[in-house]
Design a protein around this ligand. Structure first.
Ligand SMILES: CC(C)(COP(=O)(O)OP(=O)(O)OC[C@H]1O[C@@H](n2cnc3c(N)ncnc32)[C@H](O)[C@@H]1OP(=O)(O)O)[C@@H](O)C(=O)NCCC(=O)NCCS
Length: 229
């Protein structure tokens, strides 16, 4: 992949995940998600087998180390609820629900090793996924953004009010602000997306990016996807 396509900082490359990357990916997950079980080799192998072109890694050229990753799968959003959990949307992290007929690229995970954060790598990986959306003519990309600044204020600020404050840049959230800077639109706050995510008080923001080259038919708009109720 050509680095200039993604505004990658010098000294990094983006490529598709390979089997040799699995241990490094699990090690990064243990660092950035201390309350979650990291991916197993079997899960990463399943992602690779089901949808190899949707699993991106960014590599630090000098050391050869994996610096971060972005994992995606294809879904038909109408088969889900807007407030379904990450477990449901990824079939327990297996990606067994990957649907080659799906028109929505679901962003299941995006993480950068702490030593390599704030270099524009998440932004570059996001550009790589959008290029895939464009290449295979999908309608959109959808994801759930953690909001790890929310836990500290959850007793006095409602989740959608918190999101509005982050959007107005009155406060910065370590994850949601990054997504907003990368051009995502927030749809709504949802509860229980990652139940162990105490930093976000169990809340997340449903986020969407629409492909300007392939309009979503009105009947399939994200606004038509119901909540579990
Ligand atoms: C969220 C995360 C992926 C961002 O990665 P990153 O490579 O540091 O982000 P980038 O350097 O590409 O920054 C992208 C934009 O977000 C902004 N940003 C990044 N981190 C930020 C922070 N902590 N606070 C405010 N803004 C931030 C950057 O300024 C940049 O905006 P700009 O281009 O307008 O300057 C990274 O912090 C991470 O891995 N966190 C832990 C795992 C996680 O929670 N992933 C998200 C799952 S939903």
């Amino acid at each position: 992949m050509n680095s200039t396509d993604y505004n990658l900082p010098e000294g990094y490359s983006i490529r598709l995940m390979s089997v040799d990357d699995y241990p490094a990916i699990s090690a990064i997950c243990s660092m950035v998600y201390p309350t979650e079980r990291p991916y197993t080799d079997q899960e990463l192998e399943a992602h690779h087998r089901l949808f190899p072109e949707g699993q991106f890694v960014v590599v630090h050229d000098f050391s050869g180390d994996v610096a971060g990753a972005h994992f995606t799968l294809l879904i038909q959003l109408k088969h889900f609820h807007l407030d379904d959990s990450w477990e449901t949307l990824t079939a327990g992290g297996s990606f067994a629900d990957h649907d080659p007929e799906g028109h929505t690229l679901y962003g299941a995970d995006l993480f950068i090793h702490p030593d390599h954060q704030h270099h524009g790598l998440a932004k570059a990986l996001t550009m790589a996924t959008r290029k895939l959306v464009s290449k295979i003519r999908l309608w959109r990309m959808v994801g759930g953004s953690r909001m790890p600044g929310y836990g500290k204020v959850s007793e006095r600020i409602k989740p959608n009010d918190y999101i509005a404050m982050v959007r107005r840049a009155e406060i910065a959230d370590p994850v949601l602000t990054a997504h907003l800077h990368d051009g995502w639109e927030v749809i709504t706050a949802i509860q229980g997306y990652l139940p162990h995510d105490t930093e976000s008080a169990g809340w997340a923001a449903v986020i969407q990016w629409l492909n300007p080259e392939c309009k979503t038919p009105a009947a399939f708009s994200i606004s038509r996807i119901p909540l579990k109720g």
